[in-house]
Design a binder for this molecule. Structure first.
Ligand code: BTN
Length: 327
């Protein structure tokens, strides 16, 4: 990643090709080439004839030492310029017995993973991509509802960092602002699922998505930049989020999702609304009526039956999106 060029453009002001060339000690043609490379990893660089290049709004990179110091007493932290997927990187580190909990953050993911086998758009230096590796002394059944509790933690962290009153959760764990997705969660378990297992909790938050990356997203989306008109301090947000995550995950094996249910319900975007639940065997329409103590979705079907759905098997959408609407 071209952190030298990014730093030269970080202030959001215009810089001529000549000035950039002088700063970097390269020709104007070489500057242009490196600008093209930035664009290819999703950085929006604007070029205006006679004025030069700029990154509208500027950019600030994640600060490794600030993150490490801020979290030193609770987990080890690494910040990478680029990786395939922070979830995959944490899994690799857990597999070679790295001490846990550990957090990996990246400025860019070349193969970011979403739920249900989808990809997660991961342009450079605008968003948050982080994963936490955790070894639990309990098996997977005791972790039911963990991903919903993570959703609460992310929503509360965003609320505390400028988005109060705007953040909601769409079951099982999409983070929404006014019906548009601003973040998502992917949890991957490994080890002995009946006894002691490891969890990788992956969180993606749109800080500033950029026009190129946004084109590949097939559902309504938003980002912090759009909502607040300013770039978030991503390091501060990540530190706050990781502290909250640590507190929640330390207590989860004992507390379970039951103790998070009320907080989840307070953020439920679709409670009482007409929805469709899509499963492998088809779509069921009804009214969403919240979640139970395991995190399963309660649906009162149009036929009047009560049904429960678990996160791995179903996805939810508001009925207003119609049958062709995306998840
Ligand atoms: C979703 O589909 O809503 C879940 C998206 C999860 C994305 C995050 S970004 C950090 C971590 N690394 C990945 O490859 N995926 C998760």
């Amino acid at each position: 990643m071209d952190s030298e060029l990014i730093q030269a453009l970080a202030d959001g002001e215009f810089h001529s090709g000549e000035t950039l060339g002088n700063v970097l000690g390269i020709s104007r043609a070489a500057v242009w080439k490196r600008i093209e490379q930035l664009a290819s990893v999703g950085v929006d660089v604007e070029r205006v004839r006679g004025r030069g290049y700029r990154i509208p709004g500027g950019v600030s990179l994640l600060e490794r030492s600030r993150l490490q110091q801020g979290l030193a007493s609770i987990m080890s932290v690494d910040v990478l310029q680029s990786t395939d997927s922070t979830n995959a990187e944490v899994m690799r580190r857990l597999a070679v017995n790295s001490p846990a909990p550990l957090a990996i953050l990246a400025e860019h993911q070349s193969a970011g993973r979403g739920r249900r086998g989808r990809s997660w758009s991961s342009p450079y230096a605008g968003n948050i991509y982080l994963s936490v590796g955790w070894r639990f002394p309990v098996g997977a059944p005791r972790l039911e509802g963990l991903s919903l509790a993570v959703g609460v933690v992310v929503a509360e962290a965003l609320s505390a960092n400028g988005l109060a009153g705007r953040v909601a959760l769409k079951w099982p764990n999409d983070i929404w602002v006014h019906g548009r997705k601003i973040g998502g969660i992917l949890i991957e378990l490994s080890g002995d699922l009946e006894d002691a297992c490891s969890a990788v909790v992956g969180i993606g938050i749109n800080g500033r998505l950029g026009s190129g990356a946004a084109q590949s997203i097939d559902q309504p989306w938003t980002d912090i930049y759009t909502e607040l008109g300013d770039m978030p301090d991503r390091s501060a947000l990540a530190i706050d989020l990781l502290k909250r995550l640590y507190d929640m995950m330390s207590g989860f094996p004992l507390d379970g999702f039951g103790s998070w249910m009320a907080r989840w319900a307070a953020l439920d975007a679709l409670a009482g609304q007409s929805v469709q639940v899509v499963t492998a065997s088809g779509a069921v329409s009804g009214t969403a009526t919240g979640v139970d103590s395991s995190g399963a979705l309660r649906l009162c079907t149009d036929g009047g039956a009560e049904m429960l759905f678990h996160g791995g098997e179903a996805s939810l959408r508001p009925a207003s999106m119609g049958i062709k609407g995306k998840e």
